[in-house]
Design a protein around this ligand. Structure first.
Ligand code: ITT
Length: 199
């Protein structure tokens, strides 16, 4: 079965490629590179679910096939949920991952202990041109460390340490992150529904 992976984020793409290859090898992932004229829909939603639905439906309808979208981000309760749905553009439009991490470190200055709690969330939506078929969620809880550690991964990985771990996500190899991440948990739920849909 062919599925369009509706993301422009090369890191998400790499993680999905590895996860699908290992656990759903019969799914043929097509990237947006195959559709260079496809316009990126604006992420106007206020929740991960709204944005994931919007991205999956736009791709499925415009490109005429099954499309899978991921909307994800980092939530820090002590910052009233920021960066949240704005994770990719936390430091402003066009911000790099480095800019976003710098802003997070600054905003968390002076916060200690439980106030440094955070979680990554991922909502995956599979849509066809007729509408949404599956919504699946994954979450991983942890804390925000005070200084970056590690070179793997992307986004906020150098600042995020899962509970009961002494390594940040950026200190883990790709296989280990893909075993425990919010994206992997959402993927596992997606697969349960996928099987019952008999696509
Ligand atoms: P697409 O919309 O094209 O998929 P995007 O990067 O704009 O790409 P999102 O709007 O879902 O995607 O924003 C996700 C942001 O959340 C991402 O840029 C990171 O800053 C952060 N994020 C999500 N998953 C992450 C992970 O596994 N590790 C580190 N940061 C992550």
């Amino acid at each position: 079965m062919e599925v369009i992976l509706a993301t422009h984020n090369p890191h998400k793409l790499a993680e999905f490629r590895a996860i699908f290859k290992a656990f759903a090898p019969t799914v043929d992932l097509i990237t947006l590179r195959a559709f260079p004229h496809y316009p990126v829909p604006e992420e106007t939603g206020t929740t991960f679910e709204e944005n994931a639905k919007l991205k999956a439906l736009a791709a499925a309808k415009d490109l005429g096939g099954f499309a899978l979208a991921d909307d994800s981000g980092l939530v820090v309760p002590a910052l009233e949920g920021r960066p949240g749905v704005y994770s990719a553009r936390y430091a402003g439009p066009g911000a790099t991952d480095f800019d976003n991490r710098k802003k997070l470190i600054r905003e968390m200055e002076g916060l200690e202990g439980l106030h440094r709690s955070a979680y990554f969330e991922c909502v995956l939506v599979l849509a066809s041109p007729e509408g949404v078929k599956i919504v699946a969620r994954g979450k991983v809880e942890g804390t925000i460390v005070e200084a970056e550690r590690g070179r793997n991964g992307f986004g906020y990985d150098p600042l995020f340490q899962k509970l009961e771990s002494n390594k940040t996500f950026a200190e883990l190899d790709e296989q280990t992150k893909n075993r425990i991440s919010h994206r992997r948990k959402a993927f596992d739920k997606l697969m349960l529904s996928w099987e019952s849909l008999k696509l």
